[in-house]
Design a protein around this ligand. Structure first.
Ligand SMILES: Nc1ncnc2c1ncn2[C@@H]1O[C@H](COP(=O)(O)OP(=O)(O)OP(=O)(O)O)[C@@H](O)[C@H]1O
Length: 263
């Protein structure tokens, strides 16, 4: 890790990120600070740069300039798996679960990133490896209970509704024991009821597990309902950042993005 701690208060911070794809400027000097116990939404029209920002935070994209800091440390040069190892967990658009595996097996698969060794270690150190496995199994049960997946525990994920599969997806992300959770359009394709359920779990993750969340989401009602802070991006630039009420009343946001919905 390089660089000096900059903002000890922020859990995750993007500082002055610039990202180009050829002639396309996906991010132009974008900064954002995610504070403890904060649901921080990132909104903006299609192509505004939201996914690009998430990819810079989780390490899948490397910006041409700027820095990403986690708990005050510069992690700009770290690969995605190293960031995941630090506790920066992410859910992706669509479904990432294994359809033929049960909810429990899918959640257990989320622990792989945290296992200290592979087959060799398991053979050499059978005792400790078994203890680790037992701890993960117990933790998987905690996650199943937290996400109210008890009834689905032994059902193949492929047979479940979209909302339930997304919930199992979230369980896999929680298996990483995250210190921050990045969610890319988690509500897309969900029914209003499924959105309500997921919104409740997102709030529980903040309040019960003390994990801050970065949320990219198109459903404005959900965003305005559950977010502590909203950052608005348009054409790769931050045009507003504030509480949902502040953002809703911001003329630049109304003009650029929310239109009549903001009224
Ligand atoms: N890998 C890439 N290669 C080339 N251009 C890219 C790449 N990723 C993103 N872009 C471009 O960067 C800009 C921002 O895209 P991005 O996907 O970050 O927007 P977004 O706000 O997430 O959009 P959406 O809401 O539609 O998902 C767009 O012009 C897009 O075409």
């Amino acid at each position: 890790m390089v660089g000096k701690p900059a903002d000890a208060g922020a859990v995750l911070e993007a500082h002055d990120l610039c990202l180009r794809f050829g002639a396309v400027e996906a991010l132009k000097s974008v900064s954002l600070r995610v504070m403890p116990r904060q649901i921080h939404a990132v909104i903006g029209p299609n192509g505004a740069g939201k996914s690009s920002l998430l990819n810079c935070l989780s390490g899948f994209y490397r910006p041409q300039s700027g820095a990403v800091r986690f708990m005050g440390e510069d992690i700009s040069t770290l690969a995605p798996h190293r960031r995941a190892g630090l506790g920066i967990s992410r859910t992706f658009q669509g479904i990432q679960t294994y359809p033929s595996m049960t909810a429990r097996e899918n959640i257990l698969s989320g622990f792989h990133n945290r296992m200290k060794g592979g087959l060799f270690r398991a053979l050499l150190y059978w005792g400790p490896a078994r203890k680790e496995e037992e701890a993960f199994a117990a933790r998987a049960e905690d996650i199943i209970e937290f996400l109210e997946l008890e009834q689905e525990r032994h059902h193949p994920v492929g047979d479940m509704s979209y909302g339930m599969r997304k919930r199992v997806d979230l369980g896999r992300a929680l298996a990483l024991d995250p210190r921050i959770l990045i969610m890319d359009e988690p509500m897309a394709g969900m029914s209003p009821e499924e959105k309500g359920d997921l919104a409740r779990f997102v709030l529980d993750i903040r309040d019960g597990l003390d994990i801050p969340i970065v949320l990219v989401e198109h459903d404005m009602e959900v965003v305005m309902d559950i977010s502590d802070r909203v950052t608005v991006i348009d054409f790769g630039q931050v045009i507003a950042s504030g509480t949902p009420d502040e953002v809703r009343a911001n003329p630049a946001v109304i003009a650029a993005y929310l239109g009549g919905e903001a009224a």
